[in-house]
Write a protein that binds this ligand. Structure first.
Ligand code: NAD
Ligand code: WQD
Length: 334
């Protein structure tokens, strides 16, 4: 039985599909602060298999211990937390509380119940400003905003825990830019309010919820002047988690990139989304967004070697699947 914190969220719900499809049993632990229980109904519909749900906060150690022991959990996938760079600058204490304290309580609950395998959602943001590209796992770590620093602190806490007790199995997964949705169109990303991220915003323009996209700068040092990122299909990402979990049968601690290795510009994404949706994406060029970087993408060799995993879905598939979810659920789970 795998405890999936934040399992009702965007990436967590897709990971639940991948876990159930791989024959694992799942208990989701989520406070639904940024998600809907409907996502979990849909996960069960996709897989034709039930999962257990515990409503709770990851900062509640007693509730975690109860869930871990009552469900006989052998491993944890830890997605629960806050993820907006912008909000983390405005509300750093909230980010340290939910992300760092939440992870700390979770590790204590795991230690108390003898569960010693964890897959953690880290982020390419821990690399900070690129000193070289692609980012390899050896790139220096230097987060440049509070959100990134919470991820870095949690990574360090996990590494320290492994040094103190090498019987733990710890997989730190550094995601690049997850987009897309399960191919069924039943689950997908459902941001509250105005989306910060590119693809959800583009999808809402395509469906008519927003008029135009703002492109944050076209004077970057990139082939077409717009920002370049490594977009990865959320189901490829989810499959990467299952591969990482399998390795933890042998105690070890590793940090690995989950990306495709390919960079796409904002204009590449717009063109791919227009093709997938058959809808125009009108846009305006605006000044750069503070804190944005020209370009970054993943080195993928270590993931291939270590996990025997590779992202296989194209930008076209990411946009087609994201559009299927958006067009069949124009208002998300609402
Ligand atoms: P999400 O907001 O969709 O999912 C997070 C889930 O955790 C939600 O269901 C939310 O209700 C739950 N949650 C939040 N705080 C909680 C708490 N204190 N107790 C219990 N549950 C809580 O986000 P996501 O995009 O699925 O991201 C999942 C993880 O991956 C996060 O840790 C995020 O930082 C990390 N990550 C995301 C991205 C991305 O671009 N989406 C990139 C890199 C890393
Ligand atoms: C992508 C590109 C923007 C919106 C963020 C976090 C990162 C990680 C993933 C969690 C950039 C441009 C965007 C818009 C635009 N999250 N853009 N108009 O900034 O690469 O990464 O999410 O760990 O930590 O920082 O993703 O989707 O916001 O932006 O022009 O309305 O699209 O400038 O070049 P980002 P994004």
């Amino acid at each position: 039985m795998i405890l999936v914190t934040g399992g009702a969220g965007y990436i967590g719900s897709h990971a639940c599909v991948a876990l159930l499809s791989a024959g694992e049993d799942v208990v989701v632990f989520d406070n639904f602060s940024n998600s809907s229980p409907k996502a979990l109904d849909r996960v069960q519909a996709i897989c034709g298999k039930p999962l257990a749900v515990v409503e709770g906060d990851v900062r509640d150690q007693a509730a975690l211990e109860k869930a871990l022991s009552e469900h006989g959990c052998t491993a944890v996938m830890h997605f629960a937390g806050l993820k907006s760079v912008q909000d983390s600058v405005a509300e750093p204490l909230e980010y340290y509380d939910q992300n760092v304290i939440g992870s700390h309580r979770l590790l204590r609950a795991m230690r108390a119940t003898g569960v010693r395998k964890i897959v953690f959602s880290s982020s390419a943001t821990v690399y900070g400003t690129p000193q070289f590209l692609p980012y390899t796992e050896q790139h220096p770590l230097k987060a440049v905003n509070p959100y990134g620093r919470t991820k870095l602190v949690i990574e360090e806490m996990l590494r320290d825990q492994h040094v103190s007790d090498p019987s733990w199995g710890i997989a730190i997964l550094r995601y690049f830019n997850p987009v897309g949705a399960h191919e069924s169109g039943l689950i997908g990303e459902d941001p509250k309010g105005v989306p910060n991220n590119l693809v959800p915003f583009v999808a809402q323009v395509a469906i008519g919820r927003r008029d135009r996209l703002n492109i944050w700068g076209n004077d970057y040092n990139t082939p077409d002047g717009t920002g370049v990122r490594d977009y990865i299909h959320v189901m490829d990402l989810a499959d990467g988690h299952v591969s990482a979990l399998k390795l933890l049968d042998t105690p070890q601690c590793f940090a690995v990139n989950l990306g495709t290795g390919a960079g796409s510009s904002v204009l590449d994404v717009i063109r791919a989304f227009e093709a997938a949706s058959g809808r125009p994406i009108p846009y305006d060029i605006k000044p750069r967004r503070p804190g944005d970087i020209d370009a970054y993408y993943a080195a993928t060799d270590y993931a291939t070697r270590l996990l025997g995993w590779k992202a296989v879905r194209s930008l076209e598939t990411m946009c087609a699947d994201h559009w299927r979810w958006q067009s069949s659920n124009p208002n998300g789970y609402a």
